[in-house]
Design a protein around this ligand. Structure first.
Ligand code: ADP
Ligand code: MG
Length: 262
């Protein structure tokens, strides 16, 4: 068989296997191999070709995990200014960033008033998990409830529950900002229940645990059952400090005042 028909066959094998990245670099790599003074061994050549495809596949996988995660900002733990939050347990947050908590489906509850960095830490944990190749999904509690509501109307309840059961890490942001209708509380309860001991929930809330009844329209039963599942295996991170935005706003105002009075 001629070299050119070998080449055509090789191209069609790569096309059949959908190895488009390898197919793209093949001509150049062949050319380089034939010109190269120290001859490339067969295995070295194959390695070079396949490594291009492996890199492309990994890149696609990472891009797909990133899309699916839907994280609302790019922040990582490295961006978090711990000095601004002196009462926050930095060691605990850094321990969480190792993702050991994901291994036994431990939940993480980030509790504190608005602006203290709850979302930022939750999102940073999400990015760390994506970087580790895990499926992650971010949602606000309001979006989760709205999506479940639509699903119930359109007969897609089971599919939607499977969707929320799937990711290794599910981030539910802003629980408690809006009171949930009974149906919404039931949806959140089912999502948390079916993930119980199977996959981590990272949840942020402005409500102390004692006032969780309020989120659920004072349905203490649902609140207690939900907390029971959430807290059974969990890490609670309390952030009590002041709002980061207010703090930097105050610092700027202070600096401006000094500049004016100087
Ligand atoms: P929360 O979810 O608690 O309301 P966010 O995480 O949304 O607060 O933080 C509010 C804003 O302040 C965001 O832009 C966030 O990036 C920033 N921020 C909060 N805390 C810190 C911090 N310790 N270091 C750096 N940026 C912070
Ligand atoms: Mg937030």
């Amino acid at each position: 068989m001629s070299a050119s028909s070998d080449y055509q066959l090789l191209r069609s094998h790569l096309a059949f296997l959908r190895m488009t990245a390898a197919a793209e670099v093949l001509p150049g790599l062949l050319e380089e191999a034939s010109r190269s003074s120290q001859k490339l061994s067969h295995s070295a050549f194959l390695e070079r070709l396949l490594s291009v495809e492996v890199a492309a596949t990994e890149e696609r996988r990472r891009a797909s995990l990133t899309r699916f995660a839907a994280l609302p900002s790019p922040f990582t733990i490295a961006d978090f200014d711990f000095s601004a939050q002196p009462r926050l347990d930095e060691r605990l947050v850094r321990e969480l960033a190792t993702l050991r908590f994901v291994e036994d489906a431990t939940n993480v509850l980030l509790i504190g008033p608005p602006g203290v960095g709850k979302t930022m830490i939750a999102v940073a944990l999400g990015h760390a998990a994506v970087a580790a190749g895990m499926r992650v999904h971010y949602t606000t509690a309001a979006d989760l409830v709205a999506r479940c509501h639509r699903a119930a109307l359109e007969g897609r309840w089971a599919t939607t529950m499977r969707f929320y059961a799937g990711p290794r890490v599910l981030i539910v942001d802003e629980v408690g900002y809006l009171p949930l209708p009974a149906e919404g509380a039931a949806a959140l309860f089912q999502v948390v229940s079916q993930r119980y001991l199977k996959g981590s929930v990272v949840l942020t809330t402005n409500l102390g645990i004692a006032s969780w009844g309020k989120v659920f329209g004072d349905d203490q039963m649902v609140a207690a059952a939900l907390l029971d599942r959430l807290l059974h295996r969990s890490v609670v991170v309390n952030i009590e400090g002041e709002s980061y935005r207010m703090r930097s706003h105050r610092a700027r105002a202070e600096a401006a005042r000094k500049a004016v009075s100087a």
